[in-house]
Structure formats: structure tokens, C-alpha cells
Design a protein around this ligand. Sequence first.
Ligand code: HEM
Length: 438
Amino acid sequence: MPLSSRRSPQGDPPSIPEPHDLGATDDSLDRMLEWFGQHGDTYRVFAPARNSWTWVVHHPDDVKRVLVTNHRNYTKGVGIDRVRMLLGNGIMTSEGEFWRRQRRMLQPAFHRRVIQRFAGVIRDRNAALFERWAAAARASQPVNLTHAMSELALEIILHAIFSEDLGRLVGDLADNPFMLVTRESKRDPRFAYEFRQLGKVVQRIIRQRRATGRRQFDFTQMLMESVDPETGQGMNERELLDEILTLVVAGHETTASALNWTWWLLVQHPEAERRLHDENDRVGDLGLASYDDVERLPCTLATIQESMRLYPPGWLLTRRSIGPDRLGGYAVPPGTDVFISPFVVHRHPLIWDNATSFDPDRFGAGRTEGRHRFAYIPFAAGPRHCIGENLATFEMLLHLNGALRRFKLRPVVPGPVALEARINLRPAQDVHMRVETR
Ligand code: HEM
């Protein structure tokens, strides 16, 4: 069925007979795929925990409507209620005029010209990882890839946020207190409590900087100095804290997950792996790259994009309608929870040929023209799209550029891995690899 020939039904969308708290259960993704197969683009399922219907929309036209053209009619809804305890009122969770102000203040720090100044940090963290991988290769010891990507992404974002203060802090405390974030994979109230304790550490850093007037290039400094162009006001300490803690979480788990899936896909597809070795050998070390260097690695970039198509770390976006709307041709009542799953949209058979197969050429030159713009949304879309997209892309490319020129990874246990779809899409078990030097 062409995308333009959607019917305009009356009444309610198909209703799933059994109640289900979609997004809060381990089998939510499996259920969603099953219901998509049975009912198509629009259906609703009763959520006992909220005593209300959740609408699920999979059509890119509805993605566009919710995230872009009618975005003012939607708040972020259920998914965000779940992480509010962790992130306070930071930019991921806030709404309305306050969110708009925070977005205006944070946005300049994520500009490509700013992001490229983190190339040194990214290179240094990778160099430390590659030393560990080289040692593992010499000792024929497998490495825990999932853990390594999590630690790498966390270290990069922590250095980007705190720069030299991080070293000082770790020296003072004899440990990096933020490592809690990779050591503990559960995201329950106990974790949220321990994580919020880190606020004290951040507060100390902010106060010391204010007291000494010492300036450094990092996100903390940029946020401390940012001023809302419309009001001329900066952020108070509470607001700074929430934004910084938000960046720690948002900036690390998703990137780690995307890198994990990219490696996992590459080792299953030797031909794609060989092309990336060739491309990176030919281009050489991007080193202290400028953001434009991203374009020198088109196959590597296409591979990351294809990996995020098949395994989008943010597999579920949740919204809640404020007023009435129409989705899939049905009338949506005010106050309805509306879910969009990038995972399902990215495998929509009307858009993607052989949707489940790994084919980075889908993102090759000329191949993306004419494709529905909202059929690929790993970073969401519209005003609340991921603010860190450029940083994540830059970081992933620099990592692969360094790693692919030196190493080949081989799975310890070949074959499929089970998915864990909670806040992010991760492998249910850590992935282990053998490292070979090239
Ligand atoms: C591959 C890596 C990443 C992926 C796939 C990703 C994905 C996403 C998605 C899907 C959203 C929208 C969530 C929603 O609307 O419910 C989002 C929002 C956000 N992301 Fe990312 N992200 C990544 C990396 C990063 C990085 C590196 C940072 C920061 C350093 C970051 C910071 C944020 C923030 C602050 C928001 C909220 C923006 C707002 O609401 O205004 N992300 N991300």
C-alpha cells in the first residue's frame, strides 16, 4: 500500500484484547511487533497501571504529526515520568516555557564547531581503551565489549562535562564516583537515589569554579556562562545540577548502546567489516578531527546509521496528548498516552526492503532520497530531537576510526543475542569479544 493511500477510519482504533503496561514489561517490544503484524499502524492497548488506553502509532506520517507538525499538543508522558526521579527537571524531562528556555541555553554548546573541540578528549579516552585491548590481544584474553563501550562513552562525556576537575575529583576521592553509572545497570529508585547523591559532587565543582573564577573548556563552564538571549538570565545552581546530571545519563547510555550494536553487527558481516577496514586504512587517522571530517568516512557513517536503524537505542518514545488530535485517521482524545517505537518504524515494510537485514548501503549516496523523512528517527525529530546527535556521531566515528585501523573483534559466542528493551535497547547479556591486532 503506498503511504499516501491511507484510509480515514471512524471510531476507535483496533483494541488489543489483553491489558498490558507497554514499556514497563520485559516483553513490550515483542508484543509491539506482534500487534503491528496483526493490526498495522495504529492500535490501542489498555494499561492497567494507569487505568487508561495507550495508543501506539507506527506510521511515519503520524510520527511527523506527533513530533513535528502538532508537537505543541504533546507532552513527553509516561517514559519521562519514569526517569524524572533520576534527571530532576533537566532538559530531557522539563516541559513548556521552562524547557524552551533551557533548550535555548544549552543549544550553542552542541554546535558542531564546539563539539569538534572535544576531539582531544575523545582521542585520549580511546587511546586508553586501545592499550587495554592491545594487552588483551597479547594475552589472548576476551574483553567485555558491552562494558568497554559503556565505560568509554561515560569517560568521554564526564571529561567533556568536567575536564580537569574530573581528575582532581578522582584524586581527592580515590575513586570516580560517577562509575556507579556503568557498574549498576538497573535503573530503579535505589539507583536514582544514589545517582542524585552525585549532585553533591557537581555542586562542589560549580562552587569551586565560582569561588576561584577558574575557567575551562567544558560543558559545565558553557552552561555556567550561558545566558538566555530572551531574558538575559543565567541558570541557578539547581538548574545547572539537573542539566549536568541529565547530560551524564543521556550522553552515555545511548552512545554506548549504539557502539555495542555496531560492533556486534560488524562482526557478523565480514564483507561490511572489510569495507570499513579498507575505508579507515585509506583515510588514516582522523586524530584531532574537525567535524567536517565525518564526511571522509561515508561507509563508516552509513554502518552506524544502519546499526541505529536495526537497533535504535531509544526504542520507545512516549508522548501524552493535551488536546484532541487525529492519528491514523482516528480521533485521539485529550490526555491520551501515544507511543512511537523507532524500532518498529525502522522496520516498516512499506518503507524498508528486507527490513530486518543489515545493509549499510541503504544510507549510501543517493539512496536516502525519496524516503519518508520520518521513517528513520534514532534521534527522534522536531523541537525535542536529541541535542547530542552531533556529539554522538562524532564520538562514534572517531572511536571506530581508531579501533578499526588497529583491531579486529571476534565474538566469543557467535550468533544472535537477546534484546533487553528497557529505557534503552541493550543486549540482554553482555557481549564478549576476542581482540586481534591487525
Ligand atoms: C547514539 C547516541 C544517542 C541516541 C541514539 C540518542 C537518542 C535520543 C532520542 C531518541 C531522544 C528523544 C527522546 C524523546 O523525545 O523522548 C534524545 C533526546 C536527548 N538527548 Fe540523545 N541520543 C544520543 C546521544 C546523546 C548525547 C551524546 C547527548 C548529550 C551529551 C544526548 C542528550 C540528549 C538530551 C539532552 C535530550 C533531550 C532533548 C530535549 O528534550 O530537548 N543524547 N536522544
